[in-house]
Design a protein around this ligand. Structure first.
Ligand code: BJW
Length: 267
């Protein structure tokens, strides 16, 4: 039997689920459910996380690539990094954590996913309401901010030309992701803000909770009265803002939690 641990709760899975049913015994299809997901949700699909053992940012030179100046100083190196990751993501499959969230939406629950992930595994699992807070590696845009080229999709794996060139202005293209110190798209921030503020149940799945503004959504949800549940293999800086921290691999814990605690009455 798994142990579900929080500062306020150490016990067996069945007891925790019972507590959750008591706390949240009014979950219906009108309940506003929002998920904040991070790299940990895709870890069991074979996509490396950024931090922690084996994380991409363990190599400081790779972390520098995900900055505007780091990418611009050597676009070829930057594109080799992103081409390798695109290859890995293209061969990865959504895991049970992605699939259960898509299943909830399919069942008619009011669920929106705010993801920091750039891999599009939520969409490949079938989720339709996804806010890509940090963009996606499956879109390109021009590095020249004055170029009129709009971001466009590209699924070529591996890329035939590195770095790819903008057809409109001849400059290099870049992945349409949000590097450190770059602003997020206003439309995404507004959508995530308004959704979070009206959320009843907020699930924080597989994020270290240290990158802002994404991490703030768990806190905003809590301050606006949501019931906040975290799923992670370890405690995070967001744990104090959570009503429950469910410790363990989210590919196992999230489906178990959702089946038992949210849609226990469904066939
Ligand atoms: C499991 C599991 C399993 C494992 N089951 N769990 C100075 C200037 C400007 C800004 C700043 C500044 N100083 C600080 C900032 C803010 C900065 C920030 O937050 N920095 C902190 C690191 C300190 N934020 C930004 O820069 C953001 N922009 C911004 O603030 O703009 C302001 C601005 C306004 C106006 C003008 C200009 C600027 C942008 C942040 C962009 C983040 N980009 C990246 C790269 C995306 C592209 C790419 O993929 O290459 O996004 S960095 C990386 O971190 C990626 C992720 O989305 C993000 C979050 O990481 P995540 O998802 O939490 O992953 P990990 O690896 O950290 O954690 C994984 C978790 O899973 C762990 O907890 C594990 O335990 C767990 N786990 N296996 C469950 N099986």
């Amino acid at each position: 039997m798994s142990v579900w641990g929080t500062e306020s709760w150490e016990g067996e899975e069945e007891e925790m689920l019972e507590k959750f049913r008591i706390d949240r015994n009014h979950i219906t299809k009108d309940t506003v459910i929002t998920v904040l997901s991070g790299a940990g949700i895709s870890a069991e699909s074979g996509i490396p996380t950024f931090r922690g053992s084996g994380g991409l940012w363990g190599d400081e030179s790779l972390a520098r690539i995900a900055t505007p100046y780091g990418f611009a100083e050597d676009p070829e190196r930057g594109w080799r990094f992103y081409d390798d990751r695109r290859k890995n993501m293209a061969s990865a499959k959504p895991n049970p954590a992605h699939l259960i969230l898509a299943e909830l939406e399919e069942m008619g629950y009011d669920i929106v996913i705010i993801t920091q992930n750039v891999d599009r595994l939520h969409q490949r699992a079938g989720s339709k309401k996804v806010i890509e807070l940090h963009g996606t590696v499956w879109e390109f845009r021009c590095m020249n901010s004055r170029c009129e080229l709009k971001p466009f999709e590209n699924y070529e794996v591996p890329l035939s030309a590195i770095p790819p060139i903008c057809e409109k202005c001849g400059n290099y293209l870049r992945p349409n992701v949000v590097f450190f110190e770059e602003p997020l798209e206003l439309v995404d921030i507004q959508a995530a803000d308004s959704r979070t503020k009206k959320t009843d149940l907020f699930l924080v799945v597989g994020t270290s909770g240290i990158v802002y503004p994404a991490a703030a959504y768990a806190q905003i949800a809590k301050f606006n009265g949501a019931y906040v549940v975290e799923f992670n293999i370890e405690k995070t800086p967001l744990s104090p803002f959570c009503d429950l921290s469910v410790l363990g691999p989210c590919g196992e814990m999230l489906p178990s939690f959702i089946r038992e605690a949210i849609c226990a009455g469904e066939k």
